[in-house]
Design a protein. Sequence first.
Length: 617
Amino acid sequence: MAANPRPRRGSNEATEKTRPVATRAARLSGKTHQGLAVSPGVAVGSAYCIHEVFVPNEAETVEPAHVHQELQRYEQACEKTAADLVALRSKVESQVGSDEAAIFRLQESILRDPALAAKVRAAVSEDHLSAQAALRRVLEEYSALFARSHDEFWQERLSDVRDVIIRITGHLSAALKPSKLAIDGAVILIAGELVPSHVLTLGKRDVAGIVTQAGGRTSHAAILARSRGIPAVSGVPDILQSITTGDTVVVDGREGRVLVNPDYETLLVYRAMQRDVANLRETLAANCSAKCISADGQKVQLLANISNLSDAQAARRMGASGVGLYRTEYLFLTHADVPDEEEQLDAYRKIIAASPNRKVTIRTLDLGGDKAIPYLGHNREANPFMGWRSIRLSFEHPEFFLTQIRAILRAAAEDGSRRKQVQMMFPMITMVEELRKIHGMVNKACKQLTTEGKPFAKVPIGMMVEVPAAAVAIETMLDDVDFVSIGSNDLVQYLMAADRDNPKVSHLCQPMSPAVMRTLAHVIGACGRRGTPVTLCGEIAAMPRAAVLLFGMGLRSYSISPAFVPMIKELFSHLTVERAQKTVERVLKMRTTIEITRHMQRELNELCPNIKMLDSE
Ligand code: PEP
Ligand code: MG
């Protein structure tokens, strides 16, 4: 029995703390904007509007006396950028290929372009703009110029100019600096779009909430916000025009609402709600060391989705029993150049050591879509999510791919004689042929390592089910894998033909739709009949209403953001197999998403009302 007290079944402790204010927020003042609730919780703070190159939207100026110094800062940043590009080019040349490295030669020439430098210098010396603001202005000019051309060539050049400017800006300011704008306390980040590297740049800074104009429920920026427990609302139309840095903003990540400069009374209500959420999280966190067991004694495996070392540490803190999805692409996205085999080995070893029970499912590179690195395919595609991404991209660079496989096999060797705790998983599998190719590559890596006398361990090989073709034909694929992990974020977007990043089609990108429910039941059932271990690692695994249904379909292994582990543990402690199965039976007969959603809301209200605050609409 766990030493820590769990909020008991039927206990009113958390409910008492949450009830009074949650029901009082009906009367809202201030301008209210509606978007998509992408990360639950409530935040109140001062707006900080950022530009796409991650500098403040407001033009920052420098004192005339400091112009010379600012120009020097700019020159130094350019020198450092030039050195980065040279290093990057030579590393990509040796590890990936000279064609792939050509992009950096081009970026070096953009950096040396006298016209670009002259524009920046003029903006600093004549208009006294800071170097960052000057770079932003130049980027806006180029964007306006290139926007007139629909020519793909010029669009690509614009991406390169943007990349170069982002690199220079990175040297001018390593991270966000809200203090320069005299913002006190919590910051609410307001952006057109947040790409994964932005969220990572936030580091440990006190970002209380995030609001974006673009992005959907499972875009990677949303996933990162959720993993940090930061309330976020995405897909809010025209939000950049409606908010100025310094405005007081409320982010309601449960209902997808954003309030700008609300009155005092409304603010008090939301501040109280924010405290309630924090209290509830604290109460649930007391569950951390408890095992995850249903009300009728079924064991459930709660694993964590991680992107880096601090997530692995959070997974342990929050009481996950292992890592069910390590997204290795973030190692590449955040690395100054290309991590080679030894660097990858070092990173994987550290992740394994930090993860709960040293249990980690390492997913090979899943780049493309909204996660691009220039040296692995920079071409614009009409349909990037349906195109050259993920495993397809890895196959295109076999030596590079092999290096990652070798690094994973070597890192797993530390597992020693214990049960196999490290697994290797491949994303976006569509056909059995791909699995066969993967086995060929893994065998090749094993042979090479044996010849070289480098210690390694054979690991279980798994596939992600996130393409409908794989879901439909799952029975035909199970002979070629040791385990399966369902990637519902992609599976939903592909099944519903609705981009997970596009708020315009978010009404279609619905995990609670009959089509998704039936597909999940089919895959989980097929794996169960064959005895193939199956986990679900998409965001719905941490949505209470979906978790109940998955449990009823027979799923006993969930991989979720560390921040949600205590809540899902609490949920299962109220649930029985019989109840979940009956719910699934009813839901699978329903014909609309809204019917399923309403039914599950009622079900949750009966089952475990206190966690409602930590769920998104
Ligand atoms: C998924 O698609 O559900 C998944 C877990 O992978 P990612 O979100 O990284 O695409
Ligand atoms: Mg995916």
